[in-house]
Design a protein around this ligand. Structure first.
Ligand SMILES: C=CC1=C(C)c2cc3[nH]c(cc4nc(cc5[nH]c(cc1n2)c(C)c5CCC(=O)O)C(CCC(=O)O)=C4C)c(C)c3C=C
Ligand code: FE2
Length: 451
């Protein structure tokens, strides 16, 4: 069955009614359970109603643009053949976190994955991270949910988990008895020409991608998973993102990156299952050491700083030349509309190719890369500004691929050497993760790896 991408309307809240305090000691009394869904029973309708109203209000000005996704009660199933958050229509917000595993005990690592699975299954359905919720449970213990999502709907939250190469082997050491099951393709990404990587923004043993239409919901999810991990894993680095730079469904309008260009036009889309099968999922039998990964994928993350101030001083003609598309519509410079195929043979003034030989879309197009396609799922980021008054901003590039050795590494090698866009970019973070298939109810994420 393909990954479930159809959102569903929340079911009636099955949480039992609040328990009475009775004669229990004040410090130990189980307090009334607080359910995010129940809070929404009254408030959720209002939230959704407001969002629709807002979208309608600005509809005239944004006539040709998809209105912002309402942060309504959109819920994606957590369990399934593939993890949610890959072909799921890209939500508007991201909080991505990479973790270092701090325990040396394999059983504790497994228990962490069990606990994360339980909490993720709850939070993606609009429930609190734990069974009591933020304002219930023993009064003398920390709450099992941090509380900042009280009253907020699920907002299309998806949580997608991955394993980095260092989980399997670190400095040659088999940390958790997993080395024999490390996929051959799961190695640290090589250093590409022009990379200026910050180690403290790169790699990691585990990763969690939280995507939602409300930033507070995404941040709440990562915060609670980090809290649950205490003593077993700790955040190594994390990245916030906004304004998805890729559409992953034909139902979505193409968003813009911080260079002001439509980004994601030619992305792989969920409505192309043959393309997704060929380029995203790891087929069974792909790697005899890593049967546990079939139905999963590989996730490449690259924090790419964009020199916004330099870009903003370039003529429109130069900006379009470097990308190979028009800024207004996102159409190839060879003509047609946004979704027209570029004609790389068409000559322009002085018999020069109309789409320059170093234009980004020429170099990245599948026809010029042995048919290779990526499922891009990146986000814009602005992490404040530098001491020189420049924006610390760019694109947090994420791509899901069937094999990084055939799908990302050769393409990035080529782009880093010849892409005209490269002059305006600096890659500052890099990581690769193996993303296991989805869990079935009763299983934990990555269970087959530990079987
Ligand atoms: C290694 C892969 C890629 C990196 C890194 C990358 C960075 C990057 N891209 C843009 C802006 C655009 N990219 C566009 C298309 C496009 N980009 C890649 C790959 C990488 N981009 C591919 C495979 C494609 C599709 C090519 C095609 O099939 O024609 C576009 C055009 C619109 C679109 O199709 O998405 C833009 C614009 C930036 C700003 C950037 C780094 C910050
Ligand atoms: Fe690109």
């Amino acid at each position: 069955m393909p990954e479930q991408s159809e959102p569903k309307v929340p079911a009636a809240d099955p949480t039992p009614a609040p328990e009475g305090a009775g004669a229990v000691e004040p410090d130990a009394r189980p307090r009334g359970r607080f359910s995010r869904r129940r809070a929404l029973g009254a408030a959720g309708v209002g939230v959704a109603g407001t969002a629709v109203g807002l979208a309608g209000g600005i509809g005239v000005a944004r006539a040709s643009v998809e209105p912002p996704a309402p942060a309504g009660p959109k819920i994606y199933p957590f369990y399934g053949d593939h993890q949610a958050g890959i072909t799921t229509p890209a939500q508007d917000r991201l909080h991505f976190a990479a973790f270092d595993v701090t325990t040396t005990d394999r059983a504790e690592l497994v228990s962490l994955l069990q606990d994360w699975t339980t909490a993720a299954a709850r939070m993606t359905q609009g429930e609190g991270a734990g069974e009591y919720g933020p304002t219930s449970g023993p009064y003398d213990a920390p709450p099992d949910d941090t509380g900042e999502a009280i009253g907020l709907p699920a907002s299309g939250l998806t949580l997608t988990f991955g394993f980095g190469p260092s989980l399997f082997r670190e400095s040659g050491r088999d940390r958790f008895g997993l080395a024999a099951r490390q996929p051959a393709a799961l190695k640290r990404l090589p250093l590409f020409p022009g990379d200026n990587l910050d180690e403290s923004r790169s790699d990691g043993d585990l990763c969690v991608q939280a995507c939602a239409d409300d930033p507070q919901v995404a941040v709440h999810a990562i915060r609670n998973l980090a809290r649950i991990a205490f003593g077993r894993a700790a955040i190594r680095w994390s990245q916030l993102g906004f304004g998805r730079t890729s559409s992953t469904s034909t139902s979505q309008a193409t968003a813009r990156n911080l260079f002001g260009f439509k980004d994601g036009t030619m992305n792989l889309k969920a409505e192309d299952p043959a393309g997704v099968d060929a380029h995203v999922w790891v087929p069974s039998g792909a790697d005899p050491r890593a049967a546990w990964l079939s139905g999963g994928s590989y996730l490449v993350t690259r924090r790419i700083n964009m020199t916004i101030e330099t870009w903003d001083r370039q003529a429109l003609s130069e900006q379009e030349r470097v990308v190979g598309r028009t800024k207004a519509e996102g159409a190839p410079l060879s003509g047609g509309g946004e979704f027209s195929q570029p004609d790389f043979t068409m000559a322009g003034r002085g018999n020069e190719p109309i789409i320059a030989t170093d234009a980004h879309v020429r170099l990245a197009h599948p026809d010029n890369n042995h048919g290779v396609q990526l499922l891009r799922r990146g986000y814009n980021f602005v992490d404040g500004s530098t001491g020189l008054g420049r924006l610390d901003a760019g694109l947090f590039f994420m791509a899901y691929v069937t094999d990084p050795r055939t799908h990302y590494i050769p393409l990035q090698t080529k782009l880093s050497r010849t892409d005209g866009l490269q002059e305006y970019l600096q890659h500052t973070g890099s990581a690769l993760f193996a993303v296991p298939p989805g869990a079935k109810s009763g299983e934990h994420i990555g269970q087959a790896l530990f079987a």
